[in-house]
Design a protein around this ligand. Structure first.
Ligand code: SF4
Ligand code: SF4
Length: 230
């Protein structure tokens, strides 16, 4: 069974159940940008705008999404989105932020714009990972970076929230800062250790033909007794 959709202005036919990224490749179209992890949903490079068929008038909504995680639908219209850069570089030296009693106090100093959040919710609507971005910005700006960092566990740095923010707060970079601070002043997360070991051992699997699944990904775990990741 196949479906028809428009991708970057081209009419293409795709097998039902394929991801948008698979459909693009199956159509023989070249990937010259917006290419990263090739289907694993971890790099955030393949951000797209999607309009679904059947939505019209006041219900017509264009959504942001990741092409590798979104299943094709008949009548869809899809465009790749350029990467949004940070408004400005946020300079900090993690080695100088090693005092866990005071390190978190520096967040408002490094990101003063976070206090200007207008609570418009644009970042939440833009996030393809369903992260409570606005809440993270609020928590980080009032000195609660541990809770803020936990909210950002699934962030893939696609920067769609950066593009959406009218105050140019650069939420993804604020999330990166709080995660780095928490990571550098506490024990490292077990899933991060396992992932880095997999990459170091050349076990990072890339399969562009993988089935798309709605199931939650299996959590990585570390065998503490043996010191091995799984
Ligand atoms: S928080 Fe921002 S950068 Fe992270 S996944 Fe969501 S939209 Fe992308
Ligand atoms: S888009 Fe920017 S201003 Fe709006 S809620 Fe998110 S961080 Fe705040």
């Amino acid at each position: 069974m196949t479906v028809r959709l428009r991708f970057e202005g081209r009419e293409i036919e795709a097998r039902a159940g394929a991801s948008l990224l698979q459909a693009w490749l199956d159509a023989g179209l070249p990937l010259v940008e917006n290419v990263g992890c090739m289907g694993q949903g971890v790099c955030g490079a393949c951000h797209v705008l999607v309009r679904r068929d059947g939505l019209a008038g006041p219900d017509e909504v264009v959504r942001t999404a990741l092409a590798c995680e979104t299943v094709v639908e008949d009548g869809m219209e899809v465009f790749f989105v350029d990467h949004a850069s940070a408004r400005r570089p946020h300079h900090y030296d993690l080695r100088a932020l090693d005092d866990s009693w005071t390190a978190f106090d520096r967040v408002p100093e490094i990101f003063p714009e976070a206090a200007h959040c207008r609570h418009c919710g644009g970042c939440d609507r833009a996030c393809p990972k369903g992260i409570e971005v606005e809440r993270m910005v609020g928590l980080a700006s009032v000195g609660r970076p541990v809770e803020a960092a936990a909210l950002f566990d699934e962030c893939v740095m696609c920067n769609l929230c950066v593009a959406a923010c009218p105050e140019r707060i650069d939420p993804s970079y604020l999330g990166l800062l709080v995660r780095r601070l928490v990571g550098s002043t506490t024990l490292r997360p077990a899933d991060l250790i396992a992932r880095l070991r997999e990459i170091g051992a050349g076990q990072q699997r890339v399969d562009v033909d993988a089935e798309i699944s709605d199931e939650e990904p299996r959590a990585a775990s570390v065998d503490v007794a043996r010191g091995e990741g799984a």
